[in-house]
Design a binder for this molecule. Structure first.
Ligand SMILES: Cc1cc2nc3c(=O)[nH]c(=O)nc-3n(C[C@H](O)[C@H](O)[C@H](O)COP(=O)(O)OP(=O)(O)OC[C@H]3O[C@@H](n4cnc5c(N)ncnc54)[C@H](O)[C@@H]3O)c2cc1C
Length: 415
């Protein structure tokens, strides 16, 4: 660690104050995928970083996550390619199907085609594996668990963060990577409610051999139907598990990866759907459900020496599979912007970070909302138009994805 942890004996109400000794000191609040990625990208740029996480241990839920080439290239450059190739699944394609008869509406080759066209793999991970890959690369001494940020105060030359346990810490820059209900965002921009989408996601994870008889291909498969959609794919080393997410309308508003849902309720929502969808849902013994929220675009992400990233800055519905991916892009750009910044005047660097990232992240937020409408069209004229458009697209990885998957956010900084 470049900085030093010092006990501050002069302030009895505070247990510790971090005093750093290097040119730039950054505190990241939140050790989710975004916060851990930021730790790695900032450290690579020689910046002194400490991460504070409210949970007493790092844990991810039993669910899958898709990481597209625009983020996997960043993680590979951080030296994570070996464990990613070992623990990730490379889907052969993205396949879109009709809800009732299973007719294939479109197919985009991935695997080798994604690597050729976009320069890096498209992966499916078990979330716990991805978190392990990231956290294994972060030295434990700079990761402070059981530290919930409860407030912060900005000074001319630094920001001070307060934690629930009485500890405090200070740095040149504080990054809120603390998720959709960000305390950091509330502290610097005032409270604002997330927007309930009217949709609920049920999710399930089953040992792959339990669905082997269905002969499901190694692909990201999305079934679209009226008001609902269903996505499934393999995760875990060698594709050990089959992961699914079933999105339904609903008024249940609890956001929790651990809240239980009833398998029978999920099956009822998918009454009349293709037998394969119902067989995959029915293969689990338990299911979890998660109310889906996003937020209006924030006018800005930065106030003084404090900025935001990931879901704290741009929470999005999961309909482009870009929430975590965009947080990894944030981490890469933030580090490049701070690399040569003056710790006394970080405003230009944070402004550049925000200006670089906001258009892309906002496009994903808005695109995800639009996909929520497009995926769920009732059968009829609009749905037929949608299906015809999809069918007429090229069979190479769709060119319209090049802006997203093919873009290298670090490239402009190497010129
Ligand atoms: C059903 C579903 C499917 C999804 N699928 C995909 C996908 O395939 N691909 C993809 O890229 N994205 C996907 N996403 C989105 C993705 O999960 C999120 O965008 C991503 O996890 C956000 O990461 P983050 O690090 O910004 O925030 P989070 O993962 O929310 O992490 C925030 C961290 O901050 C901590 N924290 C919170 N408050 C405090 C505090 N006050 N003090 C200290 N620590 C605090 C939390 O404990 C947590 O560890 C999906 C989302 C859903 C709901």
């Amino acid at each position: 660690m470049h900085g030093q942890l010092r006990r501050d004996g002069h302030t009895p109400s505070r247990r510790s104050v971090i005093v750093a000794t290097t040119h730039m000191r950054v505190i990241v609040i939140g050790a989710g995928i975004g916060g851990l990625a930021a730790k790695l990208t900032l450290r690579r740029c020689g910046i002194d970083v400490e991460v504070f996480e409210q949970a007493s241990e790092l844990r991810e839920v039993g669910a899958g996550i898709q990481i597209s080439p625009n983020a996997s290239r960043i993680l590979h450059r951080l030296g994570l390619e070996e464990p990613m190739r070992r623990l990730g699944v490379r889907p052969q394609a993205v396949v879109f199907r009709r809800w009732d008869d299973g007719r294939e509406l479109a197919r985009q080759p991935l695997a080798d085609a994604a690597e050729r066209d976009f320069g890096a793999p498209y992966y499916h991970f078990h979330r716990a594996d991805l978190l392990d890959i990231l956290s294994a690369a972060v030295p434990r001494r700079v990761l402070h668990l059981d530290h919930r940020c409860v407030g912060l105060s900005q000074h001319n030359d630094r920001v001070e963060v307060q934690f629930h346990n009485g500890a405090s810490a200070d740095a040149d820059v504080v990054v809120g990577a603390d998720g959709i209900h960000s305390t950091v965002r509330n502290a610097v921009m005032g409270p604002e409610s997330a927007r309930f989408s009217g949709h609920v996601a049920y999710r399930g994870l089953v040992p792959a051999d339990r669905v082997a008889h269905l002969g499901v291909e190694v692909a990201a498969i999305a079934w679209w139907g009226p008001g609902h959609h269903f996505v499934h794919y393999y995760v875990g080393a060698g594709g050990r598990y089959h992961n699914w997410v079933a999105v339904t309308p609903g008024e249940w508003r609890v956001e929790s990866w651990t809240a239980k849902g009833e398998v029978s309720d999920a099956l009822r929502e998918f009454e009349g759907w293709h037998p394969q969808v119902r067989a995959i849902i029915g293969a689990v013994e338990t299911t979890n459900r998660w109310a889906l929220y996003d937020r209006e675009l924030l006018p800005r992400w930065t106030v003084g020496r404090v900025t935001l990233m990931g879901d704290a800055a741009h929470p999005m519905l999961p309909y482009m599979a870009q929430g975590a991916v965009q947080s990894i892009e944030d981490a890469a750009v933030l580090a490049k912007c701070l690399e040569r910044a003056d710790s006394q005047d970080v405003s230009a660097a944070l402004l550049r970070y925000e200006q670089t990232r906001k258009p892309r992240a906002s496009r994903c937020q808005e695109g995800s909302r639009r996909n929520g409408i497009m995926y769920h069209l009732a059968d009829g004229e609009d749905q037929r138009k949608r299906d015809a458009n999809l069918a007429s697209a090229t069979t190479a990885p769709l060119p319209q994805n090049a802006w997203l998957y093919g873009h290298d956010v670090e490239a402009e900084f190497s010129r």
